[in-house]
Design a binder for this molecule. Sequence first.
Ligand code: COI
Length: 356
Amino acid sequence: MLNIRYELTRNKKTKPDYNSLGFGQYFTDHMFLMDYTEGKGWHDARIVPYGPLSLDPASAVFHYAQEMFEGLKAYKTADGSIQLFRPDKNIERMNRTNERMCIPKIDPADALEAIRAIVETDADWVPDEEGKSLYIRPFIIATDPKLGVHPSHTYLFAIILSPVGAYYASGINPVKIYIEREYVRAVRGGTGFAKVGGNYAASLKGQEKAESMGYAQVLWLDGVEHKYIDEVGAMNVFFVIDGEVITPALDEGSILPGVTRASAIELLRSWGVKVTERRLAVDEVLAAAESGRLNEAFGTGTAAVISPIGELNDEGVKHIINKGEIGPVAKRLYDTLTGIQWGSVRDDFGWTVKVK
Ligand code: COI
């Protein structure tokens, strides 16, 4: 039990127009905070008005990026209740990231209690239209005010909330992806499997290049041979070749083990669709596209949900997938997954957790 202290605001914000939310632009009235001190453990759980943090400029996070973050969502169902989607998976991954980053773990029951408490506090911010949700962003930063390169002895765990619409401006319409053959995002033995800001910082240069050419995201290749597909940064990727669904395997440790990725695989297998997790060379996908055997491509992610990919650009050569339209596999996954999340499809898997 966390024994959360509540300090609620008297100045509630005016809610934004829920028809033009975009992603991660607005934040709710409160935030959850908890401190860690070596020898004392995690302590002082509190829900306070949302606002700036005061940190020593020497805080380790600013210099050596010892930090982590997570992302999950709360959904409002037709009967007015609020539910989370597989929070246990995010919490498990949070502690795997913590392990890699020398950040102290958080008791999974405490992490879930914190998420539930902050969502319940700002429950009036959970959008009630299908397609919109409350994005939950837990994160931990190292706060020791010391410039030596060592794991910190003090940390801050925070959870902030943001009502969101679709991650991509195109919504459910297919996105265009640029294959990045120069820069890499992660290497074997590195932090690719962990949810840390540094992975995303490393992706910005390629992302900027792709965006300047009109592409939504970058397709990252492996950091050693620049040959095998890793992921898209904000999402994992799937390809349907001759009816078989193929996604890069996680065993190299350079790919984020997405909760939506795992859920998509479980759903597809429950429908009897063949799903293979393996090393997948980008040239194999492009050859399949050229010979008309690449039926579909799509990304999966908490923010991105299921995002069809309509075009892959390989150094100027454009490969159009499924005539630039959403395919049947991506559509069925999108409808089922979002149906479970918003409560309009029965949750046979026990994936949803009711908050209130
Ligand atoms: C998510 O899907 O939750 C992510 O963290 C991806 C991105 C917004 C960084």
